[in-house]
Design a binder for this molecule. Structure first.
Ligand code: NA7
Length: 490
């Protein structure tokens, strides 16, 4: 039987949420091991280093509740600051010693009440509990375009930026018009000779000023944590509650305001009618993840920038050939083509009860009870699992909400009340059906393609308000789990 001393927990991933879980479980007295496939912590903030990288969630909202940060430089701080913040939090809580780097988890097998774990470095022993904290933005999507390998210039995905390549005076092509491409455009347009943005679908862009926090502001935050807390509350109210309600059909007025704000931004900042028409989407704002930028429109209007809307036919040695027959000659080609957020543990062989694998269970789409756990896979919990609230709100708040729920389940095991926590199949099925019924009411289902959709056409986000998310995860209902209760004296 597990008890306070010997409960072992394996955490997969040393990104922001894995670090958070390691800190909190360590404080709760568990024996924690973190397995990270790369050679550093930080997850998506380690991988992404492209020019112009910022987090479009306000920094005072994008932080752990236990580590408010008075030092943020801007409303939306650069990615490097977020990476430094995660590293600092890990160091302050002395958790790096728990991390095994270069250790991709290849196999998890549930046997006799424990998870046997293997990594690329071999057998790592057994654990009572496994927590997946693998994140959603770390599997780059490479476009399936003919001839990509034949390009003679430099070509890389935005999340694998090659800093050896200077863009100074070069002809640079960018494929994609998501948040990443938009940020890169603003950062490089003045350095390059020519910037060609290959757009498959235009995006709605909301302008937001990226205010610099002065030394005086920061001193004020240091001396008055309440001020930071007020800023946090205000952003949480606007984004996690206001915006999140708007996109799931619970606040039409807010959604209309977002739509009109985007239209105003476009109309006021793109004076050229031909360019404006190219950049005007034919779907509702919020359907794709909303882009936040006050530099994109001025940047893409510059005389050395162009938006190419003709379909890409193929990539050739000298550049990109579009369907109209034109060859767009380039020195550098950036693939800002996004991520596959639906992979979760697809690269790990996860064998649950009765030999079922997670890939088999999810062969027609990912699902989890309340985003957290899956029938047949006891004591395996997900942070940021299927149908987590993802979008224009703080993923760290989502993760902490999920972790608090997981911790309550782990605590039951840790105290010996239960040995095994696995959700009931019928309860999980009923939860999935409720999700599916709610999805058509969301703006994501209103007629656009986006990374929220998986390959089966399911939307992988939370179709209700954030308040409902917090409510659903406030307390586990034990009757929803097939629990194995320890008999007295066992
Ligand atoms: P996104 O938002 O997934 O954007 C990817 C972009 O790449 C998008 O404009 C796609 O066009 C485009 N794309 C993808 N494949 C192709 C091909 N084959 N041809 C042309 N264009 C293509 O990724 P980001 O990295 O910008 O942002 C991801 C998230 O990271 C972001 O939402 C934030 O949460 C942070 P499409 O719209 O599909 O037509």
């Amino acid at each position: 039987m597990a008890n306070d001393k010997d409960l072992t927990v394996a955490i997969i991933g040393a990104g922001a949420t894995g670090i958070m879980a390691a800190i909190k479980l360590g404080e709760a007295g568990c024996k924690v091991s973190v397995f990270e496939k790369e050679t550093d912590l930080g997850g998506t903030w380690r991988d992404n280093t492209y020019p112009g990288l910022i987090c479009d969630i306000p920094s005072h909202l994008y932080r752990f509740s236990f580590a408010p940060n008075p030092e943020w430089s801007r409303t939306f701080s650069p990615g490097s600051e977020i990476y430094d913040y995660i590293r600092r939090v890990a160091e302050d809580h002395d958790v790096e010693k728990l991390i095994s780097y270069d250790s991709e988890v290849t196999k998890l097998e549930y046997r006799d009440g424990r998870w046997k774990l293997e990594t690329t470095r071999g057998d790592q022993g057994e654990f009572n509990v496994v927590i997946s904290a693998v994140g959603i933005l770390h599997h780059p999507v490479y476009p399936d375009i003919d001839g990509l390998d034949h390009f003679e210039g430099d070509c890389f995905h935005s999340s694998r930026w090659d800093h050896e390549v200077s863009l100074e005076g070069k002809r640079v092509g960018i494929i994609g018009t998501g948040s990443t491409a938009v940020q890169i455009v603003g950062a490089i347009v003045d350095d390059v000779e020519k910037l060609s943005l290959f757009q498959r679908t235009p995006q709605w862009v909301l302008a937001a000023t990226n205010q610099v926090y002065s030394e005086e502001d920061k001193a004020n935050f240091r001396g008055n944590p309440d001020v930071m807390e007020q800023i946090y509350e205000s952003f949480a109210d606007t984004l996690n509650h206001g915006f999140a309600a708007a996109v799931v059909g619970e606040n039409d007025e807010a959604l209309e305001m977002i739509q009109s704000g985007c239209e105003r931004n476009l109309n006021e900042n793109i004076r050229d009618s031909e360019l404006r028409s190219k950049l005007t989407p034919n779907y509702s704002a919020g359907c794709k993840r909303l882009i936040v930028s006050d530099v994109f429109y001025p940047s893409i209007s510059k005389s050395n920038a162009e938006v190419i809307t003709d379909k890409i036919d193929r990539v050739e040695a000298k550049g990109v050939r579009t369907a109209d027959g034109v060859l767009h000659e380039l020195d550098v080609l950036v693939l800002a083509t996004g991520f596959d957020p639906h992979r979760f543990l697809a690269d790990t062989e996860v064998v649950g009860l009765d030999g079922t694998t997670l890939n088999e269970a999810w062969s027609k789409g990912n699902y989890a009870y309340k985003t957290i756990c899956v029938p047949n896979f006891p004591n395996l919990f997900f942070i940021g699992g299927p149908n987590s609230p993802i979008g224009n709100f703080s993923f760290l708040l989502t993760a902490e909400t999920q972790f608090a729920y997981i911790e309550k389940l782990v605590d039951l095991i840790r105290r010996g009340t239960l040995t095994e926590v696995v959700p009931k199949l019928d309860v999980t099925t009923a939860f999935r059906e409720k999700l599916n019924r709610a999805m058509p009411g969301t703006v994501w289902a209103s007629g656009c393609q986006s990374w929220y959709f998986d390959r089966f056409g399911n939307i992988g986000s939370w179709p209700w308000t954030f308040a409902r998310f917090e409510e659903e995860l406030s307390e586990p209902s034990l009757e929803d789990f097939c629990t194995t209760v320890e008999s007295e004296g066992s």
